[in-house]
Design a protein around this ligand. Structure first.
Ligand code: 2P0
Length: 335
């Protein structure tokens, strides 16, 4: 009877999204997803993807992907297919052993809320286990990175550093000490699909923005400062460097030719309000990713007040509070 389970070749994993405090923006190797900078992120609670992978022959011998009950086609399916091909190769499975991938996600897809981070971390966990690979957390982080760079960080909970590394084995994420009880207030202005994907936008920025090298250079010092601030419990120092690093990343995009401008009027309104709230004594700092939404870094003691202050600002925007969340977890077969 256990033989049936062992040969079922199915596994389920869940991973949370993460938001970077020191950003990843640009690759030295497009295939391996080796980043130009190391980065630092907070894994969030209540924002996850759960994925089941079954090497069951797929549909008509092709990998088949369903997200939130809808079949996925085109580039997104191709990306999952390429990732599954890598897992099959590592596990010694034939490339004709197609899989069914069924995902449910609470993360708004492609809206700058890091849907690919949770998605590829969960896929890496489920696919590797379903294929019979027994990876430790570091190897799993490296594998998740091959799906999407930021997914390397979602393997772990809490505050996580992704070491940029120099090759496939040395570019992995790991948890780092944090003496703060961090929280993020997520202001989602627009949950629609973004105009330019981060993969495309970061490549274009690297190639054409004269400001890009300066941001990369500053990033190493930003990371060192953020790590020290987090370990010593200095929220003000962490917030200031996180905001500066994120706005600097956007400055590189605005200076790209042509510009990549994710900002909307509501984005600017929130940024000004965050400044005002901080002047009034609330410990709040803004960060942004590849989209118009603003995430406000604070601690759990002030997250409620910050959310309340920001909730009335923009009609139609959703304001939610996220705390630090856990790393990847698995469902036992049959549970
Ligand atoms: C980050 N972002 O550090 C940065 C900040 C967006 C802005 O990681 O090309 O979807 O799949 O490796 O991981 C988004 O990039 O890009 C991202 P790929 P990914 O969170």
């Amino acid at each position: 009877m256990s033989a049936g389970t062992a040969t079922a070749r199915t596994a389920t994993a869940s991973a949370n999204s993460n938001i970077a405090l020191i950003k990843y923006w640009g690759k030295t190797d497009d295939l391996l997803h080796l980043p130009t900078t190391s980065s630092l992120s907070l894994t969030l609670d209540e924002t996850w993807t759960t994925t089941t992978v079954s090497f069951d022959g797929g549909a008509d011998g092709q990998d088949v992907v369903t997200i939130n009950g809808v079949g996925v086609e085109g580039t997104a399916r191709e990306r999952v297919h390429r990732f599954l091909s890598l897992v099959r190769e590592r596990a010694g499975l034939g490339q004709d052993e197609a899989a069914s991938v069924v995902s449910t996600s609470t993360v708004p897809l492609a809206a700058g809320l890091a849907s690919s981070a949770a998605g590829f971390a969960a896929l890496a966990g489920a696919a590797s286990r379903a294929a019979g690979l027994d990876l430790d957390a570091r190897a799993l982080s490296c594998l998740a990175r091959r799906g999407s760079g930021s997914a390397s960080r979602s393997v772990f909970g809490g505050l996580v550093r992704w070491n940029r590394g120099t090759d496939d084995a040395s570019s992995f994420a790991e948890p780092v000490p944090c003496a703060l009880d961090l929280a993020m207030v997520v202001i989602a202005l627009d949950a629609g699909a973004k105009a330019v994907s981060s993969t495309v936008a970061m490549r274009h920025t690297m190639r054409t923005s004269p400001l890009y090298p300066a941001w990369v250079e500053a990033s190493a010092a930003d990371l060192a400062e953020a790590l020290e601030a987090a370990a010593s419990g200095d929220l003000e120092r962490l917030g200031a460097v996180a905001q500066a690093n994120a706005l600097g990343m956007h400055a590189t995009m605005v200076a790209a030719r042509p510009a990549v401008l994710y900002w909307r009027p509501g984005t600017v309104a929130v940024l000004h309000e965050v400044e005002r709230l901080r002047r009034d004594g609330l410990p709040v700092w803004a960060t942004m990713d590849a989209g118009p939404n603003v995430k406000v870094l604070t601690d759990t003691a002030h997250a409620g007040a910050a959310a309340e202050a920001l909730a009335g600002l923009l009609p139609g925007a959703s304001v939610t509070v996220r705390r630090g969340g856990e790393g990847i977890r698995y469902e036992q077969p049959g549970s």
